[in-house]
Design a protein around this ligand. Structure first.
Ligand code: RNT
Ligand code: ZN
Length: 415
């Protein structure tokens, strides 16, 4: 008997059907960010990443243009299991002759059409979208949608509207909604003289964007991403958690929780079921904060497993929009990218192969002795054999390192 068959039996003794689990996880879409490939710089000529976020490292081979980024995506997505979507930022517009002539308040769907053709060609499930409110000269004194300068605020509102128009077309192109995430870097380095004003302006700007009639609501799901602080923006964040949770609830949009955007002992996993009580959808930026919002590559560790458990055991895969958000420039970017996707997939499959019903029952019956026993017992099940089988069924294996390292020698090292 091979290892998978053996594993299947061991899991069956725990009351877990691994065949079901494999089928289930394969259907869960994960939105993979395009920005791991080029250190979040985009194609508009930006030299620095701004807005309180940072990529560190200078590994060889950063993708410098659409051709290189697409080639890299084509290469490494082939080694990633699961149902994949591509998450684009507006700064990845393919402007052609219009580069330098057109600003973000005038971007159109056709600047992203090549991405649609590409995504279809490599068999992706769809494209998600983000307006880009950072790394741009019109970020004034660190502010965009909350700026007291009406001209600046207008520019960014228009960018938001263009983004929804584009997203609506992206949704139509795949026949399902495009998820649009709004994150603004707005905040202050030092103690504010006014905390309310910027928040009222942000609220008004968001209303203007979301109330824009120029997009098809059937094809767009809107999320708002809160944050606690950024580098150089330590004292005040306009869009903090309270602001966006209340905004989302009143406006009927969804909250996006980034795992690096809370105080260090807070965890996103515990917040998921709270939001599930109130929202049709909630979105995640799965990331790994190391001492700050460092956006390290996600690895198969406890908090990632807890996040996956909250999705799986609450049958919330139709409600939780899973997006990845990490960027590391200190190691091979494609291997970083692929490692993170494998980690997410492992966590989902791991959660789906736990005796979830039995653990819930033990808790409800007050049998906490059994609960801790089951939790520890499950950890010793031969999960790696199930994961390998999950990969095998998608024509994949554990080793993505060798082929991607070869690509580094053949392609990346020549850039
Ligand atoms: C920044 C936010 C935001 C970005 C991406 C590039 O702290 O996490 O989501 O990382 O949009
Ligand atoms: Zn994020």
């Amino acid at each position: 008997m091979n290892r998978f068959e053996e594993a299947k039996k061991i899991y069956a003794e725990l009351g877990v059907d691994v065949e079901e689990a494999i089928k289930r996880v394969q259907q869960i879409p994960v939105s993979i960010h395009c920005w791991q490939g080029d250190d979040v710089l985009g194609f508009e000529g930006a030299k620095n990443l701004e807005g309180g976020i940072q990529t560190t490292g200078n590994y060889l081979g950063r993708a410098r243009n659409p051709e290189e980024l697409m080639a890299d995506i084509r290469k490494c997505f082939a080694y990633m299991p699961g149902k994949k979507r591509l998450n684009l930022h507006a700064c990845y517009a393919i402007l052609g002759d219009e580069l330098g002539k057109l600003d973000r308040d005038a971007y159109r769907y056709d600047h992203f059409k090549p991405w649609v053709d590409f995504a279809k060609e490599i068999g992706l499930d769809g494209i998600d979208f983000n307006p880009t409110f950072f790394s741009h000269p019109k970020v004034k004194d660190g502010l965009t949608l909350s700026s007291p300068d009406e001209e600046i605020r207008r520019f960014w509102i228009e960018h938001g509207k263009r983004s929804l128009e584009i997203a609506s077309e992206l949704g139509k192109a795949f026949g399902k909604p495009c998820f649009v995430n709004i994150w603004v870097p707005d905040g202050l380095k030092d103690i504010p003289g006014d905390r309310l004003g910027p928040r009222l302006r942000l609220k008004d700007s968001l209303d203007q964007i979301i109330d824009h009639p120029g997009y098809d609501r059937k094809y767009v799901i809107i999320g708002v991403e809160s944050k606690v602080f950024g580098i150089g923006v330590e004292s005040y964040t306009v869009g903090n958690s309270e602001f966006y949770q209340n905004y989302a609830a009143k406006k009927g949009v969804c909250c996006l929780m980034d795992m690096g955007h809370y105080h260090p002992t807070e965890v996103v996993s515990d917040k998921i079921p709270s939001l599930l009580c109130f929202y049709d959808h909630l979105a995640l930026h799965v990331s790994r904060p190391v001492r700050w919002d460092s956006d390290h590559v996600i690895v198969f560790e406890d908090e990632l497993k807890e996040v996956a458990k909250e999705i799986i055991r609450n049958n919330a895969e139709g409600k939780v929009i899973i997006g990845l958000d990490y960027f590391d420039a200190s190691i091979n970017r494609l291997i970083a990218w692929t490692t993170g996707v494998h980690s997410m997939q492992k966590a989902l499959l791991y959660a789906a192969t736990l005796p979830n019903d039995e653990m819930k029952k033990a808790q409800d019956e007050g049998d906490f002795t059994k609960l801790i026993y089951l939790q520890e017992r499950a950890k010793m099940a031969p999960f790696s054999d199930v994961y390998e089988e999950y990969l095998r069924r998608q024509g994949l294996e554990l080793d993505y390192y060798t082929p991607l390292k070869k690509y580094e020698q053949e392609v990346l090292s020549k850039r």
